[in-house]
Ligand binder design. Structure first.
Ligand SMILES: [Zn+2]
Length: 249
């Protein structure tokens, strides 16, 4: 099983400990996110040190005020790492609004251009910004799109029609998340991904405590039940989808 979106370098315990626990739980591949200059450096170090760890290079929308030519050059440099498999996470967050919206749009468009230039998938963070986010994505047309921590339930049909991947995080296990659970039932087999977004969004029964990649197995069990299949079958499907989406060797 793979955790397609994790921040291994921000988990409570050291990467070695977190990765060992995940392997014991049956998780053998990880895409760890590098979405600031500091996090890219940390992600590269972990990808160098551990088998099965891939990384991304990008700038989080919360950090969008840091966007500059120098930062774009740093993303390009980090993207040359042999285990760098995507640009991001990038996107728009109209919920927290931690960076000015104009800066978020500029950083987002800049990274979509990089994804096109480098022929890499792009990992999207979209919160309370579905209309703007989807319009920009449609316009910039990066080669492969992964909607991380999928939440655009009202736009599921558009996302699927464009062939964008929908990656479900631990919040799909929350009892109140019925719209998200409906979406997790409806996503076509070939566009479904699962992730932890650790250390955030711990799935039930770990909710309220720090998340870690091992817990993607809880999300796998939940989504398998929603789709009336077994965790084994769904795990193989997600592995195959992730291998294709991120061109994993
Ligand atoms: Zn993330």
């Amino acid at each position: 099983m793979i955790d397609t979106h994790t921040h291994v370098t921000s988990c409570r315990d050291e990467p070695a400990v977190v990765i060992a626990r995940a392997r014991t739980a049956g998780v053998d591949r990880f895409v760890t996110i590098g979405s600031s200059a500091t996090e890219m450096a940390a992600a590269a170090a972990v990808a160098d040190a551990f088998d099965g760890v891939y990384m991304t290079a990008g700038l989080h929308p919360h950090e969008a005020a840091d966007w500059s030519d120098a930062l774009a050059a740093e993303i390009r440099r980090r993207s040359a790492h042999p285990r760098c498999v995507a640009i991001g996470e990038t996107g728009l967050d109209w919920f927290r609004d931690r960076a000015p919206r104009a800066a978020q749009v500029t950083a987002f468009r800049g990274q979509l251009a990089l994804a096109r230039e480098l022929a890499l998938p792009v990992v999207i963070h979209c919160r309370e910004a579905e209309d703007d986010c989807l319009a920009i994505l449609a316009e910039e047309a990066p080669p492969t799109v992964v909607m991380h921590c999928f939440a655009a339930t009202s736009r599921l049909a558009d996302v699927v029609a464009r062939g964008w991947y929908c990656s479900f995080a631990g919040n799909v296990t929350y009892p109140s998340a019925t719209a998200l659970q409906d979406a997790a039932r409806q996503v076509p087999d070939d566009l479904l991904l699962l992730e932890t977004d650790a250390p955030y969004l711990s799935p039930v029964p770990h909710r309220g405590r720090p998340n870690e990649p091992a817990y993607v197995m809880e999300t796998l069990r939940m989504v398998a039940a929603l789709r009336s299949t077994t965790p084994e079958t769904l795990g193989e499907l997600v592995d195959a989808n992730a291998t294709r989406a991120f061109c994993l060797g």
